[in-house]
Structure formats: C-alpha cells, structure tokens
Design a protein around this ligand. Structure first.
Ligand code: FAD
Length: 322
C-alpha cells in the first residue's frame, strides 16, 4: 500500500500546485504509515524529478514519452491507473488545477474510488477518512468521508504552501503501455495568450474592475503588476465588455485563485467575484466608494481614486524594491 501523487509539469518544470500535492501526499503517507510515490508524465530531466524528494516523495515514477508533453485525459488516466495498480496505491492525490481536474474524476471512476475534489484539509483518519472541502463558492465547508477502499483527492492550490526539505527520492523510468491509437485527441498548436505567470499559479495578482473605466487605462494596473511581479486579472464585466480576455476573469463563472496577495482595483466585490478570490491570503482593495462591499472582505483597504492611488503605489513599490 502506498500513496500516489500525480505531479504535472509544464515544459519539464514541475508545477507549483504539483509540489504542494506531493508534499500533501507525503504527509498523508506518513499519517497512514506508508510512503509516497510521485508520477510525472512527459519529458523532464532527472535533476528536476529528483527535487520531488525535497517535498517528501521517496520514489518518482517517470514516463518520459514526448507524446505526453500535452495533457490527453484518456491517456493520462490509463497511465495513472496502471501506476496506481503497480504501486498498490490506496490514495491518489492530484493538484486541483486544470490538469488534475481533468484527470482525477476519470481515474476515480476507473478505480471505483470515492473522490473529494478541492480538498482543504488533511484526512481525519480517526473518524473514517474525512476530508474537508469548500462548497457554495467558499461560503461553507463540507466534511466528506470517503468510504471506498481506494480514495482520490484533489488538493486546492495554496492550501498548504510547498516548503522544500532535505529528503531524497529515487527516480525510476516507468514503461507505461501506451500506443498511438490511445491518443484520441492531439494538441496541434498552443498559443500563449497571457503574461508569463499563469493566474492559478500566481503568488500575487493585481486585478481590475469597471472602476478603471476602459481598456486604455489598464496601463496603470500593468505597471503595478510588473513592479510587484504579479499576474493580472479582471472582474467579469470587464471581460464581457472585451476590455480584457476572458481567461483573466476570476469569480464564480471564471477562475478560482488563491494567491498570497490579491490587489483589487475598482472592483465592487460582488459575491460572484468574491467566490473566486476569497481564498487569497491577503486582500488589498482600492475603491473610491467607502461603502463598496469588497472592503468587508479586505485585509487592507484604500478609499481613493484608482487613477491617483495606483501610480503612487507603483512608485512606492519600485522605491521599496530599489
Ligand atoms: P462594478 O460593480 O460596476 O463596480 C465598479 C467599482 O469600481 C465600484 O465599486 C466603484 O465604486 C469603483 N470605482 C469606480 N470608479 C473608481 C475609481 N476611479 N477608483 C476606484 N474605484 C472606482 N463577476 C465577476 O467578477 N466574476 C464572476 O465570475 C461573475 N459571475 C457571475 C455569475 C452570475 C450568475 C451573475 C449574475 C453575475 C456574475 N458576476 C461575476 C457579476 C457580478 O455580479 C458583478 O456584477 C461584477 O463582479 C461587478 O464587476 P465590477 O466590480 O468590475 O463592476
């Protein structure tokens, strides 16, 4: 019996959310008195794979096949199920990101395993196998007991930030039985449509709403984001109006983000927006209306005109950083 963690990578680099999942899976393994194996699909060099030992994995299974560079859910499912059987994995952990969300339910179905999607706690094994997750857009928690023999968990990013330790892992090539015919869809081209930092991986996000009046004013937000090393996001009406691309919109109908710092500029703080951002560690709100609902969710608030406040904030950040 062991714990298997799906550690997804992009261009050979293990994603931040995957490091968190490996660390989480390793702690679950320790809880259950067993060991954690990480599974990496697609090309990645040995040094990168070995770093997973720093997050608690004792073994890394690697399928280097270049066809796995892009996620193909059916093929990924097949390999993960094969690895889970090989390892005798009782619990399979995924990051709750695009890749994890696409593959985990399929793996759970194949293994006839119960699934908790978006876990925010370690399992309570004193009372079965109870895992806490967010429900109703983060307004409440559900404590879910997974009663099936095998269990699948997707871990909400930024719940337990990954901290590198001094552990080591052995890296083992895994010859999964996959054939060209298994690939039902092929990615023919990928296009980068946003900045360098994916929103779901970002530590800092600077986000703008209708208070910025129009797309021509986004420069002040981008300057602040650049100074902070942040990704940029928006409210939904901003994306609906075509001021910003839709993949930047956060909230109930957009992305759920959990950065360490979320700076909201000219956003009212409607419940549907908060649903996507209220897991942020620190929220800073800049709004000229002192009654804006966002201030109730804010850790720090600045009542003022964004066009005056934001350039001053950017200058202060630049000065602070030297
Ligand atoms: P507004 O509500 O227009 O607020 C603009 C804010 O800017 C105001 O608070 C104002 O005081 C402030 N402001 C104006 N000028 C300045 C200035 N110069 N300086 C500083 N502040 C200024 N919304 C989302 O964001 N994400 C979602 O996923 C989402 N899903 C939805 C799903 C459903 C089913 C529904 C019904 C709605 C959804 N919405 C979503 C829309 C949501 O209800 C709000 O309408 C939306 O979030 C408001 O966007 P906003 O704050 O940018 O704009």
């Amino acid at each position: 019996m062991s714990i298997l963690i799906f550690a997804d990578q992009a261009h050979g680099k293990i994603k931040k959310a995957a490091l968190e999942a490996v660390q989480y899976g390793s702690k679950v393994a320790a809880q259950l008195g067993t060991t954690a194996t990480a599974l990496v699909l697609g090309p990645a060099d040995n040094a990168e794979l070995a770093t997973l030992g720093n997050y608690g994995a004792t073994k890394v299974l690697h399928v280097a096949d270049a066809r796995l560079q892009e996620v193909e859910s059916t093929v990924y499912t097949k390999i993960i199920v094969e690895a889970a059987d090989k390892e005798g994995a009782a619990v399979i952990v995924f990051p709750h990101n695009f890749d994890g969300k696409a593959v985990a339910p399929r793996v759970a179905a194949r293994l006839k395993a119960g699934l908790v999607a978006g876990a925010v706690s370690y399992p309570d094994t004193a009372n079965g196998f109870v895992v806490k997750k967010n429900v109703f857009s983060g307004k409440a928690f559900a404590n879910v007991n997974i009663t099936s023999e095998r269990k699948v968990i997707t871990l909400t990013p930024n719940t337990y930030p990954a901290v590198a330790g001094a552990g080591t892992a052995t890296v083992e090539a895994f010859a999964a039985a996959i054939h060209d015919a298994d690939f039902k869809v092929k990615v023919v081209r990928t296009e980068t449509v946003s900045g360098d930092i994916p929103l779901t991986e970002a530590e800092i996000i600077v986000s703008g709403g209708r208070g910025l009046k129009g797309p021509e004013n986004w420069g002040i937000l981008e300057d602040l984001a650049k100074a902070l090393g942040a990704a940029t996001a928006s409210s939904r009406p901003v994306a609906d109006a075509g001021w910003r691309p839709h993949h930047e919109h956060v909230g109930q109908t957009g992305l759920t983000v959990r950065p360490n710092l979320y700076v909201a500029i000219g956003i009212s703080g409607a419940i549907q927006h908060l649903a996507g951002v209220n897991g942020s560690k620190v929220i800073v709100v800049i709004n000229k209306d002192p009654e804006a609902p966002f201030f109730k969710a804010a850790d720090y608030g600045i009542v003022g005109d964004a066009f005056e406040v934001v350039p001053k904030l950017t200058a202060a950040v630049k000065e602070f950083k030297g």
